[in-house]
Design a protein around this ligand. Structure first.
Ligand SMILES: CC(C)(COP(=O)(O)OP(=O)(O)OC[C@H]1O[C@@H](n2cnc3c(N)ncnc32)[C@H](O)[C@@H]1OP(=O)(O)O)[C@@H](O)C(=O)NCCC(=O)NCCS
Length: 325
């Protein structure tokens, strides 16, 4: 019997320490510019916590929200660019932390599109009937790969968001379609060049700050405002759904300027774009599940609402998912 895949629970966790925009005056930035252009007021950053600590808390929160036990989880997939270590996966750290030893656990790397791609992977395992409940978690601690002496340190914050995806025989809810893309020709525009096989960690790589992220902001902006609207239009068209039927967009949040441009191009009133950038900044892999959790727990979704998930990230990677609540 064919099943649908729905979101049975959501959860999130952000670390306590908050860095306000005023902190960045020493690197030549300021609150007014950051809020106007990026939509950020403050960001949370880790102190004595690892990515898997955030993931474990968000994950347990989502399992509880789904009304399930840890033992019900068949698979754990984590989207992160900042795992605790290069090996093993962050998912294996989390499996051990929450004692979900019956679950298979692995990571997916698609940077800011990570949560969307991870949801798509989990979706396929449930849709084929192999698994019943999959814990999907997006989490990042970009504070650990940020050069705090540079002006682009304003962009990111740390956090984790989680969802449990489960099977249902209700044909009238769940994921309807995914539209996913990658283009490796964009690989230099957002990258962490050091510490891999190309430039193994060395005193030179440290001295040259190769272990911090490097971003071409203009390329990110120009690419995001082009590829995301195209993907949204594609997925709506092939499912015969109009933009007026979309109740909320649940986007990855690179900057408020990018979100406003996307909303304008697709004709979606900005009130229907869910955002929490003011509090958390860009949380990379965590953003989509984090804002989903907040919006869900604020009671905003009603049965039958159509949602559009949208993401763009390094690689390039980008895509959308259409969902009926
Ligand atoms: C970063 C971004 C705002 C820069 O704008 P830009 O027009 O492409 O590039 P510029 O470097 O010419 O900057 C434009 C102006 O903003 C100012 N500026 C850029 N970064 C700044 C910062 N962190 N703080 C204060 N001012 C800043 C520049 O000084 C410049 O001012 P000027 O016009 O008075 O000279 C824009 O490219 C952007 O939003 N990119 C998206 C990046 C992103 O979302 N990254 C996260 C996901 S990977």
């Amino acid at each position: 019997m064919s099943v649908n895949v729905f979101i049975s629970g959501t959860g999130s966790y952000t670390p306590d320490k908050i860095i306000p925009n005023s902190f960045f005056e020493k690197v030549g930035s300021n609150d007014e510019w950051i809020y106007k252009n990026l939509g950020i007021k403050e960001r949370h950053v880790v102190e004595n916590e690892t990515t898997s600590d955030l993931v474990a808390k968000a994950g347990l929160n989502a399992i509880e929200n789904a009304g399930l036990q840890v033992g019900d989880i068949d698979m754990i997939v984590v989207a992160t660019t900042t795992p605790d270590r290069q090996a093993p996966s962050c998912a294996c750290f989390v499996q051990d932390k929450i004692k979900a030893y019956q679950a298979v656990a692995f990571d997916v790397v698609a940077v800011c599109s990570g949560a969307l791609f991870t949801i798509a992977v989990a979706h396929e395992f449930i849709k084929t009937g192999r698994y019943n409940n999959v814990l999907v978690i997006g989490a990042d601690t970009f504070s650990t790969i940020t050069d705090w002496e540079r002006r682009d340190s304003v962009f990111f914050g740390d956090g984790a968001g989680a969802l449990v995806l489960s099977q249902t025989t209700d044909k009238d809810k769940g994921f309807i379609d995914f539209d996913m893309h990658s283009d490796g020709r964009g690989k230099e525009h957002f990258t962490i060049p050091g510490g891999g096989s190309e430039q193994p960690a060395s005193s030179d790589s440290l001295k040259n700050k190769q272990h911090y992220f490097q971003m071409n902001g203009k390329e990110v902006f120009d690419t995001a405002i082009k590829v995301v609207p195209k993907s949204i239009k594609n997925i709506l068209k092939r499912n015969l759904i109009s933009i007026d039927q979309i109740q909320y967009m649940i986007p990855h949040q690179p900057s408020i300027g990018i979100l406003k441009s996307i909303a304008k191009t697709i004709g979606l009133p900005f009130e229907r774009v869910t955002t929490n950038m003011d509090k958390y900044a860009n949380t990379s892999g965590a953003t989509i599940p984090l804002v989903l959790d907040e919006t869900h727990k604020a009671g905003k979704f009603k049965k039958g609402d159509y949602l559009i998930f949208a993401a763009v990230g390094a690689g390039w990677t980008w895509g959308t998912a259409l969902y009926k609540w």
